[in-house]
Design a protein around this ligand. Structure first.
Ligand code: ADP
Ligand code: MG
Length: 240
């Protein structure tokens, strides 16, 4: 019954872009390791939500993606699971090495929320996540980053701070090949567009970049055009 419902919901997704992978109807179809699937099961995530069902295979195909779905629709796992697999395929970060994936979120609260979700999987994929945001000691965050991080979850302002303090190692983004901009509409409303542009300019151009948003106003579409390459656009039910 759940799968039938999911299939109906998948009919309400609008996709723009060529050669979009087919959605999954079960997490086990996504190529995730059994350790990650175990975490999902234990956390009570039985079936993917629509944005996860369509988003996960798209992100895992290596494409740039913009995913639009309302708040509470499960966007975090739609990018976090592909990030986990991406990290699992990279060499582990050594001391002083920068991360392989960066997630940018508009507020400290949202960054902490994503970090909490990421930590559930840390053991399963042996990855080190670091969360960095303004309004708290930058020294501790830098010390943590220096120990080596696979994924950094960060607010735009704090990432700019870290880049400005860059002594060539602490916040180097040389290893970053996967970038997530979460809550793109809110980041735009909060005036973070210049910071986002600066951040991606510091990351190699052959990176995979994905954006998630609850709404898709024209300015966000414009930002997506600037930052993403031949993206797949996934619009879940009623958002435009
Ligand atoms: P969004 O980022 O779209 O606002 P979240 O990723 O924060 O949504 O998820 C909203 C809630 O749904 C969270 O409490 C999360 O734990 C839960 N959730 C996410 N994916 C699933 C799933 N596949 N099955 C059940 N609950 C889920
Ligand atoms: Mg979210």
């Amino acid at each position: 019954a759940d799968v039938a419902k999911l299939r109906r919901q998948l009919g309400n997704i609008r996709i723009r872009g060529k050669r979009c992978p087919k959605p999954i109807t079960d997490f086990s179809q996504s190529g995730l390791s059994s350790a990650v699937l175990d975490v999902l099961r234990r956390a009570g995530y039985e079936h993917p939500t629509p944005i996860q069902a369509q988003g996960i295979p798209c992100l895992m195909s290596g494409r740039d993606v913009i995913g639009v779905a309302r708040t509470g629709s499960g966007k975090t796992l739609a990018f976090l699971l592909p990030v986990l697999r991406h990290i699992a395929l990279q060499p582990r970060a050594g001391p002083g090495e920068g991360p392989a994936a960066v997630v940018i979120a508009p507020t400290r609260e949202l960054a902490i929320q994503i970090y909490g979700e990421a930590k559930k999987f840390s053991k399963a994929v042996q990855m080190k996540s670091v969360c960095a945001y303004g309004g708290s000691g930058v020294k501790d965050q830098i010390a943590e980053l220096k120990r080596g991080a696979d994924i950094v979850i960060c607010t735009p302002g704090r990432m700019i701070d870290l880049l400005a303090m860059n002594s060539g190692r602490i916040s180097n983004l040389r290893r970053v090949t996967f970038v997530v901009l979460d809550e793109a509409d809110r980041m735009f409303d909060m005036g973070f567009e210049p910071q986002l542009t600066r951040i991606v300019e510091n990351i190699r151009p052959d990176r995979q970049t994905v954006m998630f948003s609850a709404t898709f106003p024209a300015q966000v579409e414009k930002l997506a055009r600037k930052i993403l390459q031949q993206p797949l656009e996934i619009m879940v039910g009623g958002n435009s």
